[in-house]
Ligand binder design. Structure first.
Ligand SMILES: [Zn+2]
Ligand SMILES: [Zn+2]
Length: 165
């Protein structure tokens, strides 16, 4: 059982019925590489449940934040998450497309987990143009320049420099 399991018996008995639901709950196992949603940090699921002929449609969004380390400079990163959710729960779910309606219960953790895992970057960056650590001396090149690279790159670019008029 997770905190996002929701009883929808009231909707199942009333075709066309809908009900807003806001649940704040932790979801386990949300990690991809170094990016993760801490379990101490609950996600907020803000959706409308609607009874449709096939089952229950869930529309809305999931909010929270993820943390990780920049893959170039290792600085800590903390980013907002705000992802759309638009899914169908049905008695006979299609693998990879819809989610199971088990009796009167749907587990919102299932689509939330799928949406968040798709969003977490495998190699997060603190900024798109993070300069990273110097591979030679380990200096954080976002803070200070260092001269380490000068020798090899000078050789490589020397012919190009001579072309410049
Ligand atoms: Zn960085
Ligand atoms: Zn260096």
């Amino acid at each position: 059982m997770t905190g996002l399991r929701t009883n929808v018996a009231d909707l199942l008995h009333h075709p066309g019925a809908r009900r807003p639901v806001v649940i704040e709950a932790p979801v386990a196992g949300l990690a991809a590489g170094v990016a993760r949603v801490a379990e101490s940090d609950p996600l907020v699921v803000d959706v409308v449940l609607e009874r449709v002929p096939e089952g229950i449609v869930v529309r809305g969004q999931v909010k929270g934040h993820w943390t990780g380390d920049c893959s170039r400079c290792l600085r800590p990163i903390d980013r907002e998450l705000a992802l759309p959710v638009n899914e169908l729960f049905e008695t006979e779910p299609l693998e990879g497309e819809t989610y199971p309606l088990e009796g009167d219960v749907i587990d919102l953790a299932l689509p939330v987990r799928d949406a968040v895992l798709l969003e977490l970057p495998l190699a997060p960056l603190c900024t798109d143009d993070c300069a990273g650590l110097c591979p030679v001396c380990g200096n954080d090149r976002n803070e200070n320049a260092c001269d380490c690279e000068a020798a090899p790159s000078d050789e490589r670019w020397a012919p190009l420099r001579e072309l410049r008029l």
